[in-house]
Design a protein around this ligand. Structure first.
Ligand code: TRH
Length: 399
């Protein structure tokens, strides 16, 4: 199979909720297009989250091109579309029946992958790459699992990410970063002598407990709040506090800073300039790891606490070589408890004391984060691995 036939990739994405489904697909599409120079077409059933993270995207357009990527709305009645050489079905979204029929009738090999959710669980490496056959064996779909070990699909990372991160976090960039943040937040009041903590959370995070803890101890904290859960929780905390005593926050050192949603290409910069990052879901969770910063993950809640197993699997892996795992585990567990998941019962007071312990050990937590980020490349790069897998498939006698 000639190299040329790799030129056309179709990515299919159904938005379940929030930004993560679109966020992961968009990041992958950008990397494939910019670094592997293939033609990428993204079929997506809801443009809103894409518009939010890539403002140049037109939310009304049925077909458009943005930063070299073709974006097509995935309509209920799917049109006749030319079949690609490589087809990615993100998060088991099920291809539209007419497209599948066209694949069956295509007569040429198609590299077809089901890109799965990220998990650190042990079974992932055993399932990565497994085939599933369709149309009497005519079509083969391969399961592609992102992951943390070299026997998985690895993680998404742009080729220049480390260089950009190291440049942006150099001491010489401190004033530039502070100016950028002030412009972004539309406020001058960012305390230079305070710890800066970034929050991107779901609505059930115990953020109010942490804010109360800082407020009571008069700890100077710049609290960077991404839109959504974090801003709603902080607003509720503020109005509950001031309901009984309108002046009680006047001299507070808890500096609540509401941020707008930034383009995905700027998101890393928020993580890079914070001292500690609270992230969620999948994509921001991975970015916090590449940022090499102390971080806390709020896992996406699933039914029957299925996410508890996933959270513990990551913690076990993340902390396996840590000389001081307890402050990290304790805060992560407390942060994820309101949804009733990990073992043990945590109260608001526990969230405060877990933070205190985490902050007291911040040097060792930070050095662990750097060390973890330093070895993460060993897992391989997801986009590169997909390209290699597609080449291997298309270049061999398939099925
Ligand atoms: O938004 P998320 O919670 O997304 C998801 C979905 O809930 C999905 O259904 C679930 O399966 C998945 O999590 C695990 O969190 P995530 O994955 O971190 O995605 C957020 C994206 O939004 C990420 O690409 C970064 C981007 N983003 C910006 O570009 N700018 C911003 O200002 C912010 C706050 C986020």
């Amino acid at each position: 199979m000639a190299e040329q036939s790799l030129q056309h990739w179709d990515l299919f994405c159904r938005v379940i909720d929030n930004f993560g489904d679109a966020g992961v697909c968009w990041r992958l599409a950008r990397q494939l297009s910019a670094e592997h120079h293939v033609r990428v077409r993204l079929w997506i059933d809801d443009l809103a989250p894409l518009v939010a993270i890539q403002p140049e995207v037109n939310g009304e357009s049925l077909e458009q091109s943005c930063v070299g990527i073709e974006i097509c709305q995935w309509p209920t009645v799917f049109p006749n579309a030319e079949v690609a050489d490589v087809v990615i079905e993100a998060f088991a979204c099920d291809l539209p029946a007419p497209y599948l029929a066209a694949m069956e009738a295509h007569g040429k090999p198609i590299a077809w992958f089901n890109l799965e959710y990220l998990s650190a669980e042990d079974w992932v490496s055993g399932c990565h790459g497994l085939p599933s056959y369709r149309s009497g064996g005519q079509l083969k779909k391969q399961f592609f699992f992102p992951g943390f070990t070299s026997d998985t699909g690895g993680l998404l990372r742009e080729a220049d990410l480390h260089e950009r991160r190291d440049h942006a976090t150099a001491p010489s960039q401190k004033e530039d970063n502070a100016r950028w943040l002030r412009d972004l937040a539309g406020t001058q009041s960012i305390a230079a002598d305070a710890i800066t903590v970034f929050f991107f959370t779901y609505d059930h995070a115990p953020l109010p407990a942490l804010l109360s803890h800082w407020h009571e101890l008069q700890s100077p904290v710049n609290v960077l709040l991404a839109p959504g859960g974090a801003q709603r929780l902080a607003a509720r905390w503020r109005s509950e506090k001031t309901a009984t005593d309108p002046d009680c926050l006047l001299n507070s050192r808890v500096n609540l800073i509401e941020l707008p949603l930034v383009p995905q290409t700027d998101f890393d910069r928020l993580l890079w300039l914070a001292d500690v990052c609270f992230v969620r879901g999948e994509d921001s969770f991975v970015r916090a790891q590449w940022a090499a910063k102390p971080f806390v993950w709020q896992i996406y809640p699933q039914t029957e606490n299925a996410h508890a197993v996933k959270l513990n699997a990551f913690l076990d892996r993340y902390l396996s070589h840590s000389s001081n795992p307890q402050p990290i585990r304790e805060l992560w567990e407390a942060w994820n408890t309101p949804d009733g998941m990990v073992s043990g019962e945590f109260t608001d007071a526990d969230v405060g004391s877990a933070w205190q312990n985490f902050e007291k050990n911040l040097d060792s937590v930070a050095s662990h984060a750097r060390q973890w980020a330093g070895q993460l490349d060993q897992a391989g790069n997801l986009a590169n691995n997909l390209v290699c897998a597609a080449k291997a498939f298309l270049g061999s006698v398939h099925l």
